[in-house]
Design a protein around this ligand. Structure first.
Ligand SMILES: CC(C)(COP(=O)(O)OP(=O)(O)OC[C@H]1O[C@@H](n2cnc3c(N)ncnc32)[C@H](O)[C@@H]1OP(=O)(O)O)[C@@H](O)C(=O)NCCC(=O)NCCS
Length: 166
């Protein structure tokens, strides 16, 4: 049985180790990490999933960013331990996180990932929204959490605490 709980500060390094295991080496060189440097994750949205022995089976984190001066939720990293992949845990983490974000008043969510996987959760290419390089534009995906949540938004994705235009 897997139990989900909000991530606590003491979970931090265990979650980092899971991400190290699940992603290719050098994950922190990805452009999405530049948007996270020096910015705290969104309080209450990040989740850890543990098995009946307390072993970490999966985790998801969320950061705030901005596009066109508007707040945008950046989903990820999300990872499931190889011994639990294919059991639906990734879906639970992603769908639960997106729903919690909607309840929390976020109007839109984005991520950098594989469209074939994230498409099943309602994510699609967001044209004209530009991640810092190097990012394959085909992997820049988004979902509106309120009607028209992405309408009129375009341009670079910037850090939450970075003044627009810098
Ligand atoms: C991606 C990940 C979070 C999915 O978690 P999971 O618990 O295995 O996913 P689920 O059980 O909900 O879904 C499994 C399904 O997703 C598919 N899937 C997994 N990763 C996929 C990908 N990158 N592209 C397309 N399909 C993918 C599986 O083939 C499986 O398909 P099926 O339902 O048709 O059998 C997990 O595989 C993982 O941690 N991978 C390494 C880290 C990573 O890539 N994270 C995502 C960053 S973009």
């Amino acid at each position: 049985m897997i139990e989900l709980k909000p991530e606590k500060p003491e979970d931090w390094w265990e979650v980092e180790a899971l991400f190290d295991l699940c992603f290719a080496p050098g994950r922190e060189a990805l452009s999405s990490y530049r948007l996270r440097d020096g910015v705290a994750p969104v309080p209450g949205l990040s989740q850890v999933a543990r098995d009946e022995n307390g072993i970490l089976a999966g985790a998801i984190r969320f950061w705030p960013v901005r596009v066109g001066g508007q707040p945008v939720l950046l989903l990820g990293p999300v990872a499931v331990h190889p011994t639990h992949q294919g059991e639906g845990l990734g879906a639970v983490l992603i769908e639960g996180g997106v729903e919690a974000a909607r309840r929390g008043g976020w109007a839109r969510v984005m991520l950098v990932g594989d469209a074939p996987y994230y498409g099943r959760f309602g994510f699609e290419r967001i044209e004209d929204v530009v991640m810092p390089p190097p990012t394959n534009p085909d992997r820049v995906l988004g979902q509106a959490l309120v009607a028209g949540g992405w309408d009129g938004l375009s341009g670079p994705v910037i850090k939450w605490n970075e003044p627009a235009g810098d």
